[in-house]
Write a protein that binds this ligand. Structure first.
Ligand code: ADP
Ligand code: MG
Length: 247
């Protein structure tokens, strides 16, 4: 199986405090990996480091995507290489219209000069599938969106941008059951669209996993280090005993 993400001996600091240490992970094409861990264990730090957020300094180690080293390249180049991060807290960007944003992002990432109508038609199809009102195409990015709408919009971006690896940072947090279902359907749709899509799903709960395929691996992060890796049964153990079982 083709290796999509390779993280070797990663050490990450924020303002000179080491947050992630000695972190190793390999994700192959089409695999679903779940990353769990207590609040403050470094999950979002890892996600933002993979995307190249300038606040997070890689002190040691390397990150490779599809055999290309990306450890120190800019976020736009990482996106072009096939990486997509859905934020735990999506930003509101007044003045940037949803449709224009997606059109420009898609053109920048694919390098194709697709027609506006073609992109718009595809956008409308995905909006229907995700249960997003088509009028959202003309609203400003996340501006005044509810929590559930922001998360669905992250998936809309995922479907439009067609990455190789997607990192979903707590896409299920704060959602009611209907919003959770439509978010899970969006993930399934992205998998159907591209069976080789690799997913790193950061979550606290197994409830979203009831709606999508069984994870291939489950990893537990504690204090910035991988404590244990295993299968689905790890999640059940945590839901019963909490993270203390690893101490
Ligand atoms: P998680 O997503 O697992 O809840 P985070 O990655 O958000 O954890 O945070 C991990 C640790 O890094 C926490 O102790 C947090 O306080 C610290 N941290 C995260 N971002 C910053 C920052 N910008 N400045 C200082 N410390 C930070
Ligand atoms: Mg987080």
């Amino acid at each position: 199986m083709q290796l999509i993400l390779e993280i070797k001996n990663l050490q990450v600091a924020v303002e000179d405090t080491i947050i992630i240490n000695d972190f190793n992970l390999e994700i192959s094409a089409g695999e679903l990996h779940v990353l769990m861990g207590p609040n403050g264990s470094g999950k979002s730090t890892l996600a933002l480091t993979l995307m190249g957020h300038p606040r997070y300094q890689v002190k040691k180690g390397l990150i490779a995507l599809n055999s290309q080293e990306i450890t120190h390249i800019s976020p736009d180049k990482r996106a072009k290489a096939g990486l997509f991060l859905s934020f735990q807290q999506p930003q509101e960007i007044p003045g940037v219209q949803v449709f224009n944003f997606l059109k420009e992002a898609r053109r920048a990432i694919t390098g194709n000069n697709e027609g506006v109508d073609e992109i718009y038609d595809e956008l409308c199809d995905y909006m229907d599938l995700l249960g997003i009102d088509q009028r959202f195409a003309y609203r400003n990015l996340n501006d005044g969106f509810s929590g559930g709408e922001k998360k669905r919009f992250e998936l809309l971006q995922l479907l439009m941008l067609k990455p190789k690896l997607v990192i979903l940072d707590e896409i299920d947090s704060g959602l009611d059951i209907d919003a959770l279902k439509s978010v899970a359907e969006g993930i399934q749709l992205a998998q159907e669209q591209n069976p080789d899509l690799s997913i790193l799903l950061i979550t606290h709960y197994q409830r979203i996993l009831k709606h999508i395929k069984t994870p291939d691996y489950v990893h537990i992060l504690q204090k910035g280090t991988l404590q244990q890796s295993g299968n689905y049964q790890l999640i059940e153990a945590i839901e019963q005993g909490g993270y203390e079982i690893f101490n």
